[in-house]
Each structure stands twice: as structure tokens, then as C-alpha cells.
Design a protein around this ligand. Structure first.
Ligand code: FMN
Length: 223
């Protein structure tokens, strides 16, 4: 691992950025927050609409209020995502245990970044009253491209940045806490801070299983 976090190469960042869900109480400098957001805004978007907005929450009381919503949302979502006790394999079990623990202690993360979709920037991708997305894949996709840029920039600065979504089960409560206008919705909550735990290789399916040559029935790679 590079001495100065920023010295890591792009591929090292891509391969070691993972969803770390434990944080130290080391404060995150304002400058680091600005830098990861700046990186987020370098993402592509349809017609360069840049339909993202970010609400950074640092105040302990507001983080606690968000954590309370998140905990209740996870209690509901958990029934569908599964109990760690019943996980089929060890990696799934570990992910569920970590997710469960995060829901208990979400506000251990010193910085919450709500990554939002601003429908007023979507032009032809939304109805004129902004009520209905006409191209949801592009709209949400743009925000997710920004989120991934943010996560990689955080990795380069030695920060863990984990995207979460279950709070959306209680979106109206979150909207109130953040005073969001009606045409803005949250897409993800990225919890960020200095990690307790190592960056490290991620577990992913091999290319041979997920990439095809020309047609679905021809693997791109032969073993
Ligand atoms: C769209 C999306 C939604 C996610 N929602 C949650 C979430 O609500 N809670 C959580 O703890 N992790 C969430 N994650 C993180 C994933 O669980 C994690 O990326 C996945 O298990 C792979 O683990 P890794 O990033 O450590 O390799 C989400 C990730 C994505 C991309």
C-alpha cells in the first residue's frame, strides 16, 4: 500500500475500494469532503444534465436522527435480505453481519453524504410537472456514476465511503430532516470516515462468468 494515500494508482483504488462499515473517530477535514464531492461532479450524465445534489450531514444530532430512521428501515429490510444466521455462505454471512452492525451504529461515521436526484435538471427525461421520470435508468444512473467517483476519490484519500439505500423505505422522514424540496429525492446515503479495518480485495464473480463475446452463448474468455 502506498505511503501517501494519494499516491495509489487508479487500478489499486478500484480493486481495493470496498464497503467498510466501521469508522474511527478521527475527524474528516472539510477539504477532503470538498475533494470527494468535486470528484463526484466529474461523472458523466445524459446531456451533461448533472442531476445530482449532495447534502453533507456532520452535526451529531442530525446524524443520530438519520441513524434512527436507518435502524428502523433495516429492521424491515432485513426480513428480505436475510438473517446472518441463515446465510448460505461465509462471505454472505459476513456481509450481513457487517450490515446489521452498521445499522446499530450508523452514526459512528462522522460524515453522511446524501446523494440526491434533482428532477428539475432532467429536461426531457421527466414530465413537465417533474412528477414522473421518463428515463429512470438514466436519471438514477447518473447519480450512481457520481457516487462511484466519490467512493474512489475517498479511497485515494484513505477514507472509507460506503453507499447505503435502505433509509429510502422511510424517505418522507429523511426529506423532512434534510428540508428537501419536492423535486429532489435521495438516491443513496454514503457514510464516510477513516476506516477501522483494511481496504482490500473485493469478492467478485470471475470475468469468465459475466462477459460474453458477440453473443450470450459465447464466453469472452475461455479458461
Ligand atoms: C445500490 C447499492 C445499494 C446498497 N445498499 C446498502 C445498504 O443499504 N446497506 C449497506 O450496508 N450496504 C449497502 N450497499 C453496499 C453493498 O452491500 C456492497 O457494495 C456489496 O456487498 C459488496 O461489498 P464490497 O463493496 O465491500 O465489495 C449497497 C451498494 C449498492 C451499490
Amino acid at each position: 500500500v502506498a505511503e501517501n494515500p494519494e499516491d495509489i494508482g487508479l487500478f489499486e483504488a478500484v480493486h481495493t475500494q470496498r464497503s467498510i462499515r466501521r469508522f474511527t473517530d478521527r475527524p474528516v477535514p472539510e477539504e477532503a469532503v470538498a475533494r470527494v464531492l468535486e470528484a463526484a461532479t466529474r461523472a458523466p450524465s445524459p446531456t451533461n444534465a448533472q442531476p445530482w445534489k449532495f447534502v453533507v450531514v456532520r452535526e451529531a444530532e442530525r446524524r443520530r436522527a438519520v441513524a434512527d430512521v436507518y435502524r428502523r428501515a433495516w429492521e424491515m429490510a432485513k426480513q428480505f435480505y436475510g438473517d446472518p444466521e441463515n446465510a448460505a455462505e461465509e462471505t454472505e454471512r459476513r456481509m450481513l453481519v457487517a450490515t446489521d452492525r452498521l445499522a446499530e451504529k450508523l452514526d459512528e461515521a462522522p460524515v453522511f453524504i446524501f446523494c440526491c436526484l434533482d428532477r428539475s435538471r432532467l429536461g426531457p427525461m421527466v414530465t413537465p410537472d417533474l412528477a414522473q421520470l421518463l428515463d429512470p435508468s438514466s436519471a438514477y444512473g447518473a447519480v450512481w456514476a457520481a457516487i462511484q467517483n466519490l467512493a474512489l476519490a475517498a479511497r485515494a484519500l484513505g477514507l472509507a465511503a460506503t453507499p447505503t439505500t435502505v433509509h429510502r423505505l422511510f424517505e418522507p422522514e429523511i426529506r423532512d430532516l434534510l428540508a428537501l424540496p419536492p423535486y429532489v429525492e435521495t438516491v443513496a446515503l454514503v457514510v464516510m470516515g477513516y476506516p477501522r479495518g483494511e481496504f482490500g480485495p473485493t469478492q467478485r464473480l470471475p470475468l469468465a462468468e459475466i462477459a460474453f463475446a458477440e453473443r450470450w452463448d459465447e464466453p469472452l474468455l475461455t479458461e
